[in-house]
Structure formats: C-alpha cells, structure tokens
Design a protein around this ligand. Structure first.
Ligand SMILES: NC(=O)c1ccc[n+]([C@@H]2O[C@H](COP(=O)([O-])OP(=O)(O)OC[C@H]3O[C@@H](n4cnc5c(N)ncnc54)[C@H](O)[C@@H]3O)[C@@H](O)[C@H]2O)c1
Length: 374
C-alpha cells in the first residue's frame, strides 16, 4: 500500500485549515498552499496558531506539543513546493474551472504517483480530474463542517480510482481518527443528497400555517435530534444551503431518482440574506398538521436513501453510519425504516412520490417489504 507521510492542502480556508491541522496533529507533515504569501501567513495565525494556542491555554496540550505540531506545518504560494507530497487534498473555493486547473497544476508539480483528491461538495470527481495524468491515483475525500470536530469522511471512488489509492485513503482517514465510509462518485455523494432533500421538503411547508419554530420542532421530533433541520441550515449558512439545493436539483430532478423542487421560502431567505428565525412565534399545536409535515419529511429521507442503495452509491451499513456520524441523528434511515415497519414506510415513500419529491424506488414499486439488512 502507498504510505502517506507528507500531505499538501490547497486552499488554507475554513475547511483546508482544519483538514491540515487534523493531519498534523495525527503525525503527518503538512504543506499548505495558498494564493499568496500574505494569505499563507494570515491563515497560519488564524487556522493553526490560534486554535493550538487555545488548547495550550486550556491545558489540553503542552506548549512543547504545540511546537511539535506547528513544526510539522509549512506554507507556500508555489505549487513547486508540493513536490514532496504523497497526498494532496484540494480545498480551494467551489468553482469547477478553478479546480480543474488546480489539478492540472498539481499533476505537473507532484510525483506521478502522488495521490490527488478533492474536498468538493458538489462536483463529480471524475470531471475535476480531467487533466490529470494517471487518474488511478485520484479520488474524493469529503470532510464535513466543522472538519476538526465532525468525524465523518466520505472516501469517493471515481470510476478510475485504483484499489491502492482507495486503501491508502481509508488508512489515512483512520489515522486521522476519522470515520471513513466508501462512496461512489455521485452528485453530492451519499450524505448530502439525504440532508439537502430533507431541508428542501421541510422549508416547502414554511408559511402561514408553519413558522420556522414549528418546523424546527417537528424535525426534532421526527428525527429524534436535539438540533433540528432549521437550526442546522442556519449553522451551515442559508447561502450554502440554497446553492447546494440548486446543484442537487440540476443533477437529479430529471432522472429516475427525482429531487424535491426549490421552495420559494428558502430562495427568499437567501435573496434577503436572512437566516431562519427560530423564535418566530408560538409552535403550532395541531398534531394532525404536524403529522403531515413529518410524514413528508420521512418519506423523502426514506426514498432518497433507498435510491442511493439501488444505484450502488453506498452500502446501507455505511449510509446508516455516515448519517449518524455526520448529522448526529440517533438512528440512521434504515434503522428508522425497520423500526417503523415496511408497510408504513411504503405509505410514506408513496406520499413522497405523490408530492413529486422523489420517484418511487424499485424496492417499493415491487412492493418488497423485507426489512433492511445492516
Ligand atoms: N464549508 C463547508 O461547510 C464545506 C464542507 C465540505 C466541503 N466543502 C468544500 O471545501 C472547499 C473549501 O471550502 P471552504 O468553506 O473552506 O472555503 P474558503 O473560502 O474558506 O477557503 C477557500 C480557500 O481557497 C483559497 N484558494 C482559492 N484558489 C486557490 C488556489 N489556486 N491555490 C490555493 N488556494 C486557493 C482561497 O484563497 C481560500 O482561502 C470547497 O470546495 C467546498 O465546497 C466545504
């Protein structure tokens, strides 16, 4: 297996900083690449020195340990300095053309066998690697915000990713104390298609009958979570949620999977630059009305989760683990379905199909009510 010792990180922003720091704290040498030396210096202060300094101040780490970790980190504005890297993780801004060019530059600057991966959230890995020689060494490594806390990493195998590359990335993720799951190169990969559809459906109910406080409460109850889906949207940023929704709809709405349309409410919030006000009045007490929302929410989650299995994007066990790890749901979709009973699940996925959220997955078209094996 390829052994990774030195890791390059392109883009020293929110995600790149945390990904690199995590690797340095796990014993890897890390070289950050930014656009210019001023940014390298500023981001080192903000993304490395400050968080490590806080740990020392809190007594979670000694000054000597901090110095050792910081000593494994360097920064540059030149691709040529990434030549010693065994693995380079691209975490630059989410622009397709820019990323394709970054990978062309990396292919020219790095060893022919250096593993090249992207942390993109929305682009297909295969497209980003169009100009890379030896694409068997390319893949996706999708971290979740905040990357220093969230333990899930999706290891994305594109069609050409070799077993050797995949194994090296799984080992890298484990040595970073992450929880890796194996995912095929698919729009949004595995977790985001589920999460994004859940807020598109929930937000579509926003209006006279359901305020944000009610929808937050209903999502907490439906999923058994402390922080509901309205709260998580605010945390992720309404702009990010809107763009991610547009992207998933573009990819999937006209396929045999389908995707819920963009709700006017989310588009309006985005255009107004506002977040959801989670204290916008009393929570609706009408249980029957609440049931309608929860049924549609769960019907959508069960539909897309089943589609992802039928398209062989991810295994049921990995999607279950991934949802629990990344989104902190106490139960993943398959345990929820098994617990509810498949006759009820069939009713809910049919509701999702009737509402136009998703096409009916094959399993339910065929009336197959066997429980999920995890
Ligand atoms: N923020 C999230 O929640 C999240 C979660 C998962 C994945 N992602 C993905 O991670 C990537 C980075 O997101 P972010 O939120 O950290 O963005 P960010 O804007 O905080 O950081 C991006 C950085 O890349 C730098 N950059 C741009 N072009 C570069 C180049 N050619 N060479 C070197 N550096 C360059 C920018 O100067 C900036 O500092 C995106 O692809 C995003 O989709 C983000």
């Amino acid at each position: 297996m390829k052994e990774v010792q030195t890791v390059g990180v392109v883009g020293f922003g929110v995600m790149g900083a945390a990904i690199g720091l995590n690797a340095a704290m796990s014993g890897y040498r890390v070289i950050y690449k930014e656009l210019n030396d001023e940014l390298v210096q500023a981001m080192f202060e903000k993304g490395v020195a400050k968080p490590l300094g806080k740990r020392v101040a809190k007594g979670k780490m000694t000054q000597a340990e901090m110095d050792e970790i910081a000593g494994r980190i360097t920064g540059t504005s030149s691709y040529a300095d990434l030549a010693p890297c065994d693995l380079v993780i691209e975490a630059a801004i989410e622009k397709m053309d820019l990323k394709i060019q970054v990978f062309a530059d990396l292919a020219a600057a790095c060893r022919e066998d250096a593993i090249l991966v992207s942390n993109t959230s929305t682009f297909l890995i295969e497209k980003l690697m169009a100009k890379v020689s030896n694409p068997a060494r390319t893949a996706g490594l999708h971290y979740f915000f905040p990357a220093n806390v969230n333990r899930l990493v999706e290891v994305i195998r594109q069609r050409q990713t070799s077993d050797e590359t995949y194994e090296a990335l799984m080992e890298f993720a484990r040595r970073n104390r992450k929880v890796p799951i194996t995912v095929k190169d698919f729009p949004g990969f595995a977790i985001n298609p589920v999460f994004i559809s859940s807020y598109l459906i929930l937000d579509s109910f926003y209006g006279d009958r359901f305020n944000a406080a009610t929808l937050e409460k209903l999502s907490q109850e439906a999923l058994g979570v402390k922080f509901g889906i309205m709260w998580v949207q605010n945390g992720s940023g309404i702009g990010t949620c809107y763009h991610a929704g547009v992207s998933m709809i573009d990819y999937l709405a006209d396929t045999d999977i389908g995707y819920p349309p963009m709700p006017a409410s989310l588009e309006e919030k985005f255009k107004a630059g506002e977040s959801w006000n989670l204290e916008d009045g009393p929570v609706l007490a009408d249980e029957e009305a609440g049931r309608e929302v929860k049924d549609r929410l769960l019907g959508g989650i069960f539909s897309i989760s089943t589609h992802l299995i039928e398209k062989e994007v991810v295994s049921a066990a990995d999607l279950e683990l991934g949802i629990k790890t990344a989104l902190a749901w106490p139960r993943g979709p398959f345990t929820m379905m098994n617990d509810l009973g498949m006759a009820e699940v069939q009713r809910l996925v049919q509701l999702a199909a009737d509402a136009g959220d998703f096409k009916l997955p094959r399993k339910f078209r065929e009336g197959d009510l066997t429980l999920w094996q995890l």
